[in-house]
Design a protein around this ligand. Structure first.
Ligand code: NAG
Length: 227
């Protein structure tokens, strides 16, 4: 797995020349989020999380991001409108995952074997995200990977050939379950939040430089097999 990863990274280096440096302005992000193209609520959520990270607040000891100022409304607007969230691709590798693809059953009949099959269309359940940003990141990443010359032959979501007719025979008192092994490309992204002074982070910690980094992992499904 290690070597496979290394090969893929080498292939990517030509495209993502700055892959291992911290973000630089001219590198193009996988996705960029501002209040112009996204719901302000998403941005205030991201700021709240950054606030808790930067000031090491635990869930028990968390304080809301307060924008203190005489002109609170204008400051808050500036804070949200000048915040830029960018996602950069930093690493990718193949991984395998295991999912439970049927009920778990014990055969209590000593005369007959019981037949267990994968639950219909179960693979749809493993990847039904309703998170808008997650969905867009996945789409942009798949697009970027397919455009790359070295990885261009990777097809995602190849689940048409899953064998739903698989029959698993269970003897008396045996316990059985159908599982699915899935191959994914796991991507590691750096999420860079540029936080303007209007958000007031510097009022709490004057050394705060206005940029917060987070690591995000996104798994892109390639194919799967029942067993
Ligand atoms: C799934 O994709 C991987 C990577 O492309 C490949 O090595 C593997 O043989 C595929 N497995 C199946 C079941 O198609």
């Amino acid at each position: 797995m290690y070597f496979q990863t290394a090969n893929i990274i080498l292939g990517f280096l030509s495209i993502f020349a700055t892959a291992y440096n911290h973000f630089s302005v001219d590198e193009s992000p996988i996705l960029r989020i501002t209040s112009k193209n996204y719901d302000r609520h998403l941005i205030s959520q991201a700021l709240q999380k950054a606030y808790e990270d930067v000031f090491a607040l635990t869930p028990n000891n968390h304080a809301l991001l307060h924008l203190s100022s005489n002109s609170k409304i204008n400051t808050e607007r500036e804070c949200i409108e000048k915040t830029v969230i960018s996602y950069y691709l930093r690493d990718l590798k193949f991984i395998t995952k295991e999912f439970e693809a049927s009920e778990c059953r014990v055969n209590t009949n000593n005369k007959y074997k019981s037949i267990l099959q994968p639950t219909s269309n179960i693979h749809h359940l493993f990847h039904s995200s309703s998170d808008n940003i997650q969905i867009q990141l996945e789409a942009s990443l798949m697009d970027e990977i397919q455009k790359s010359k070295t990885l261009g032959d990777i097809e995602f979501n190849q689940f048409d050939s899953l064998d739903y007719s698989l029959e698993c025979l269970i003897g008396f008192q045996e316990l059985a379950q159908v599982k699915m092994e899935e191959t994914d490309i796991q991507t590691t992204l750096e999420k860079v939040i540029q936080i303007p002074a209007a958000c007031g982070f510097q009022k709490i910690q004057s050394s705060f430089e206005g940029i917060h980094y987070e690591t995000v992992k996104i798994d892109l499904p390639v194919n799967g097999t029942f067993y």
